[in-house]
Design a protein around this ligand. Structure first.
Ligand code: KG4
Ligand code: ZN
Length: 347
């Protein structure tokens, strides 16, 4: 769809045609805040026409984690090919795009800048409005992607990823209130560090989840962080794993031992997240509970939340992103959040 295609003969026709076009948003979205160069095209904040992700995992797995300077340079190489691929996959072109959305913050500054400067240049060259989106809002709205129904408010949303842990209260459409966040490391960061200590590689989350399936979660009693209010802390747990492994160096080649430590660590993280989430569910009584961010890919966490919610006399609907690729960093979620920002006139 293209505004140049408006063929109207009088003022009223022009106004009707214009309002129709203004309600129609086809957003080109760009996300480069960490180690994924991502471009997506999203219609009306939900229908994903393309969601292309150029991952740097192979490069960062050599160093066991993201080196910011390396990440920025990789984004510079990947951004244009990823953009072309997004148009190709969607079978659309610039004339179809009404707006450009990009991650503004938080993230690795060099990485964020590649996306923001590219988006600003595209917006200027193609005469499109630029919408700057908070990355965490992107994760929150990943639960709006590719769904048939509309989420019902009030919603309690837990975003758990490598860089952030945030418990969000959405009393009504367009209102986002933070109830609590991580005071130090986010859960994903703890997954990555523990995986490195166990020699399981990067990214740590999927590797720990796989190893944990064969382990006994009660084998090691790691501390379960339970903070005041709705805040989170995982650095103590990370250190507890480090000290424990230092005392068991001779067992680090033993697969059963690794599986038990992975399962016990994952159990401690899940218990901590459940503690804060269920405290908030009981107090706030939301209609829906949402889980988002890279750690929302974890099946043990998902099923544990569902079990806890089922025990309530008023079980809220539980959502997590409909595709695994919407859990970890992606640009479709930035398109979804950009749409909401425009819808609520926050641009
Ligand atoms: O949302 P995300 O892609 O990036 C940030 O915004 O930080 O999250 C990445 C994090 C990594 O720490 C990764 O280990 C974790 O999500 N992760 C998982 C799983 N898949 C990814 N953690 C636990 N279980 C998983 N299956
Ligand atoms: Zn993220």
């Amino acid at each position: 769809m293209n505004l140049n295609s408006i063929k109207a003969h009088n003022k009223i026709e022009v106004m009707i045609e214009l309002s129709r076009h203004l309600l129609f948003l086809m957003i080109l979205a760009i996300e480069t805040s960490c180690d994924e160069s991502a471009v997506a095209i999203v219609e009306q904040g939900t229908k994903v026409h393309s969601n292309v992700i150029a991952s740097q995992i192979d490069i960062h797995s050599l160093t066991g984690g993201v080196v910011p300077e390396v990440a920025s340079r990789e984004h510079m190489k990947a951004i244009l090919p990823t953009l072309r691929e997004a148009f190709k996959e969607a079978k659309l072109d610039w004339n179809d795009i009404t707006h450009i959305a990009v991650t503004k913050e938080p993230g690795l500054i060099g990485s964020v800048l590649v996306g923001r400067m590219s988006a600003a240049a595209f917006a200027f060259a193609m005469d499109k409005t630029l919408i700057e989106v908070n990355h965490i809002h992107g994760h929150i709205y990943s639960n709006w992607l590719d769904i048939k129904d509309s989420p019902q408010f009030p919603i309690l949303s837990l975003t758990v990823s490598g860089g952030h842990n945030e418990l969000i209260w959405m009393p009504k459409d367009g209102v986002i209130e933070s109830l609590g966040r991580s005071m130090d490391d986010a859960a994903g960061e703890a997954f990555d560090k523990t995986a490195r200590l166990l020699g399981l590689g990067y990214p740590g989350g999927p590797a720990i989840e796989k190893a944990a399936q064969k382990g006994n979660h009660l084998a090691v009693k790691f501390p379960i962080p339970k903070l005041e209010e709705y805040n989170f802390s995982f650095s103590g747990l990370k250190t507890a794993v480090l000290y424990y492994l230092q005392s068991k160096q001779n067992l680090l080649q033993d697969k059963d031992f690794i599986a038990d430590v992975a399962a016990s660590f994952q159990y401690a993280v899940i218990e901590s997240l459940i503690y804060q989430l269920m405290k908030a569910v009981k107090e706030k009584k939301p209609k829906e509970v949402h889980l988002a961010g890279g750690v929302s890919a974890n099946k043990a966490l998902r099923s544990r939340i569902q079990i806890e919610l089922n025990e309530l006399s008023y079980p809220p609907l539980f959502r997590f992103p409909v595709k695994m690729s919407y859990c970890t960093d992606n640009a479709a979620m930035i398109g979804a959040a950009g749409f909401q920002k425009l819808k609520h006139k926050l641009v």
